[in-house]
Design a binder for this molecule. Structure first.
Ligand code: ADP
Ligand code: MG
Length: 695
């Protein structure tokens, strides 16, 4: 095996490569662009493009692509070769400033939610110089943003970049108020823990539900699944180990700092966590990670399932989003400080997050809502849909004391007020954590745990950045005008705690008591996409995104439409898949088995007339379940037809939730019952037991 330090970043056009390949002034200009987001002058871009092309060709590339993130959960790429014809029928390899900076794309087939009428279907992709170009599959990939000609964002990256700018603007105002003039940029950073399942490819190929929808739509529980907790942190099998090793190497080559890997709680489930990076790069890297997880698994005869709930009744997969704010001088703004002033600053940033999460819990909930994550949230060790914050005993005690102007008991002498150094170091010890909270403070960062495993990091972080920027803006507006800075700071902190205390919850968020309590506190509990999509266009939310210059109203409306349509499409595909599998596979198998049981009963009656034909009892059970299957599938078919007749995604989404999903559950229950009654050898596809122990 090659050494990580030798291969790390070897396929990335990073600072090292730039420094060694670009003239000094070009390198400096490019660095400035990367740091500030300012435009790269065309003559500089031409030099950069040429160096990039030479580098890519040396690494075996023939093509380049603008790599972008449309409003789906996957990335898009269209490859162009570097070749250019010259007289004499020859080609040369060419790549200029124009190709580097801007690409045109007939993007009429990407979801745009009506933003881009088909007669002006072309969008363009623009290089995002804050993320490094890299090589994937012998193709030079240039990370880009994707916009329409009138500048409307058609992708997930553009709003993310805008939200990072908003957060930077407001966070710097606060830092200046505390006398910090060194920091020039505040960056939201994310480390995303990615969960996934691995199943054997040969078994996967026999399941049309996995192929069409990414999850099992049928399957009775095996006698043993995750009950004994013997998979979590368990010894990794040889086959999975070989996969992880190859995956790590591929990730390192493209500059992804893969760090931690282990078996997760459910059988066949695993986790991978990289070292945190700027959220922009972390988002690119997570997309690439998902891509590589799938590709490398295939090379090992396995399929990587990124669906949030590939198997019912065992844990699903999430993507814990560890989020913090870092200055370019290397300070984590959620690291409790060593001086009274640092403490006050910490509390202010903390309060901005509390306020943001309470005020915009609807948007945060929505940002993690999808048909597939709906299957996961609220069950089997996944956060509930109610958004609350866990701060931990110590920090909660500090806030309580502050609110009541009391002395914080752990610190014997200090009188509790903002501006006095009172904060202890908060424990980052894993054992001390509340794992049930959707949004937990974990010592020096926040862990947003509601994200689904197949999601892009972009949307949840766009919301988080924007909401926190907005809270900081409110604070900065007050503080910049204040006569007594410390008093104003204290007032803000205490006022925020009083006003937003309801969102803080340190207990067991999985409990029934919390569900009741949360309701009493007036916290939102939105179970599905269909329940929360409407809030996207609430006045409060349109105003928020507008104020922070992250999304315009038409961009928001288009996104809402895409989300609504996607939800309906996903559920429709699932329902159709169930119908096809029921009709083509399950019914024939059950009918065939019933027939054989009946034949056996008949034979017994002829040959052993003195014995009771117990086969008939089994045949009767099969007969009952067969009837349920036929009736349930007719019912589901009727619901899908009724859904198709509804006008518009809003009504369709509501109908999916109220009628199609329950009909699917009913059909599944009948089929799973049939599986348990039937002969194993003739069941038409691999069972849960087969799949979960397959690698
Ligand atoms: P665990 O939550 O399993 O105990 P860690 O807390 O060490 O593990 O880290 C989980 C993830 O959080 C990793 O991706 C790590 O890089 C990331 N992380 C650690 N510190 C920060 C930070 N300050 N900001 C953002 N992410 C961070
Ligand atoms: Mg963690």
């Amino acid at each position: 095996m090659e050494k990580p330090q030798d291969i790390f970043g070897s396929l990335v056009f990073n600072f090292d490569v730039m420094r060694s390949r670009l003239p000094k002034d070009t390198y400096v200009a490019l660095q400035r662009t990367m740091a500030t987001g300012k435009r790269l002058p065309p003559e500089v871009a031409a030099v950069v493009a040429n160096a990039m092309k030479d580098w890519a060709i040396e690494h075996g590339c023939t093509h380049y692509t603008h790599w972008f993130q449309p409003l789906t959960n996957v990335t898009a790429e269209k490859h162009d070769s570097f070749i250019s014809l010259v007289p004499g029928g020859k080609v040369i390899m060419e790549f200029g400033a124009k190709e580097l900076i801007r690409g045109e794309s007939d993007a009429s087939s990407f979801p745009s939610g009506g933003l881009r009428a088909t007669f002006e279907a072309r969008g363009y992709t623009a290089w995002d110089p804050s993320s490094y170009p890299f090589i994937k599959d012998h193709t030079l990939c240039i990370p880009t943003a994707f916009c329409s000609y009138d500048g409307q964002a058609l992708d997930k990256k553009t709003p993310l970049l805008r939200s990072m700018d908003a957060l930077n603007r407001q966070a710097l105002r606060i830092l200046r108020l505390f006398g910090n003039y060194d920091a020039q940029r505040v960056t939201a950073c994310v480390g995303a823990e990615q969960e996934y399942f691995l199943v054997d490819k040969a078994l996967y190929d026999q399941r049309r539900d996995l192929q069409f929808t990414g999850r099992t739509l049928f399957g009775a529980m095996p006698p043993k699944a995750q009950e004994l907790s013997d998979h979590y942190y368990g010894s990794v099998t040889q086959r999975v180990k070989a996969f992880m090793q190859e995956l790590n190497e591929e990730l390192w080559r493209v500059g992804i700092p893969a760090k931690t890997e282990h078996n997760e709680a459910a059988p066949a489930q695993h986790e991978l966590a990289p070292i945190f990076e700027s959220v922009n790069i972390a988002t690119d890297h997570n997309q690439l990670t998902m891509d590589l997880l799938r590709k490398v698994a295939l090379r090992h005869g396995m399929v990587c399932l990124l669906h949030e709930k590939p198997f019912a009744n065992i844990n699903g997969s999430g993507k814990h989003n560890n989020w913090s704010l870092m200055t370019d001088t290397g300070v984590n703004l959620f690291e409790p400080g060593a001086t009274p002033a640092e403490d006050a600053q910490f509390l202010l940033f903390l309060c901005a997050v509390i306020k943001a999460v309470d005020q915009h819990a609807d948007l945060l909930r929505l940002s993690v809502a999808s048909a597939s994550n709906d299957c996961r949230l609220g069950g089997f060790e996944a956060p509930t849909p109610v958004i609350s914050i866990f701060l931990g005993d110590e920090l909660t005690a500090v806030l309580d004391a502050l609110e009541n102007h009391r002395t914080y008991v752990k610190e014997t002498t200090a009188d509790m007020s903002v501006g006095v150094h009172v904060l202890p170091k908060f424990p980052k010890d894993v054992s001390d954590r509340n794992r049930t909270s959707p949004f937990a403070f974990t010592g020096n960062k926040f862990e947003f745990r509601s994200l689904g495993s197949s999601m892009s990091l972009a949307e949840p972080n766009t919301v988080l950045n924007t909401a926190v920027a907005d809270a900081l803006q409110g604070f900065a507006d007050v503080l910049e005008k204040a006569d007594n800075f410390h008093a104003a700071c204290e007032e803000l902190v205490i006022g925020t705690i009083r006003q937003h205390r309801r969102v803080i919850f340190d207990g067991n968020a999985y409990s029934q008591e919390w569900a009741k309590e949360a309701k009493a506190r007036g916290l939102l509990s939105m179970q599905s996409v269909a329940d929360c999509l409407h809030c996207m266009v609430d006045d409060k939310n349109i105003a928020l995104f507008d104020r922070q210059r992250v999304l315009s109203e038409s961009e928001i409306r288009s996104r809402q439409e895409v989300r609504g349509e996607t939800y309906c499409k996903v559920i429709r595909i699932e329902a159709q898949t169930m119908l096809v599998m029921t009709q083509g596979e399950i019914l024939p198998a059950v009918i065939d088995y019933s027939k054989r049981v009946l034949e056996a009963a008949e034979l017994k009656q002829q040959m052993l007339p003195e014995m009771e034909p117990v086969e008939l009892r089994l045949a009767a059970k099969l007969g009952t379940v067969l009837q349920q299957i036929v009736e349930s599938s007719d019912h589901l078919r009727a619901q899908v037809e009724a859904m198709d007749k509804k006008q518009g995604w809003l009504k369709q989404a509501a109908f999916c939730r109220s009628h199609v999903l329950p009909a699917m559950a009913q059909l599944r229950a009948a089929c799973d019952e049939a599986e348990l009654l039937s002969e194993r050898a003739s069941w038409p596809f691999p069972t849960y037991g087969d799949l979960l122990g397959s690698v």
